[in-house]
Design a protein around this ligand. Sequence first.
Ligand code: NDP
Length: 236
Amino acid sequence: MTSRTVLITGGNRGIGYAIAEEFVRQGHRVAVTSRSGSGGPEGALTVKGDVTDSASIDAAFSEIESALGPVEVVVANAGITRDTLVLRMTEDDFSEVIDTNLTGAFRVVKRASKGMLKARFGRVILISSVVGLLGGAGQVNYSASKAALVGMARSLTRELGARGLTANVVAPGFIETEMTAELPEAQQAEYKKQIPAGRFATADEVAKVVAWLAGDDAGYISGAVIPVDGGLGMGH
Ligand code: NDP
């Protein structure tokens, strides 16, 4: 296994934290961003970084590059929801979600690609959602932001694929995190009925797939959407 410098945005809790833990466990040099600048797992460098602010992302990258070297693997994980029915959804509800989930990923990928092109190696992994392709009532903003990541990964693949970069999307289904804990219990039970696996996944199950995509064995996979959803999104 080649040891890499890895950056995960939103690595202070939930799926991002589990991804960072997995990369640390596998012996990589790991940095995470969080808006507070603290909260990443042991063994990872935690730096302050807000994906809605390109100056903040630039500063985070500079700090990581000084401490750990050029970023070779970037996981755009930071994300938010502002769920509500379309008639009630304000333009702010829509644009805040796009600004974090989609433009945020763009800011991070753009900054990372500079060093990756120079090194002629890079792994970009965008954390989408089953909802991106399946849609979700009350999630017009979130679903649109997550679907767009597929176009982003595929365009990156076409633009940078010949320079040693891969760009892929991981699309988790329902994962046990703070984001899903907020759902009412009846709704959680209803969702579980629709999942062929009959359960939510652990964040660790997503982390293992992300780490594999960044590894030496996944070098010829690019522009793919890898579901980690217990079969919920089959056919999409
Ligand atoms: P959490 O709500 O537990 O964590 C979200 C993370 O994103 C936090 O670290 C948060 O940091 C960070 N974040 C939010 N806004 C910003 C910002 N502006 N700048 C930097 N970081 C920010 O979410 P999950 O772990 O559940 O989700 C992680 C990703 O996985 C998201 O993209 C989500 O859409 C996706 N996903 C989650 C699923 C689930 O079932 N949980 C299913 C499918 C996809 P802070 O502490 O500063 O708020």
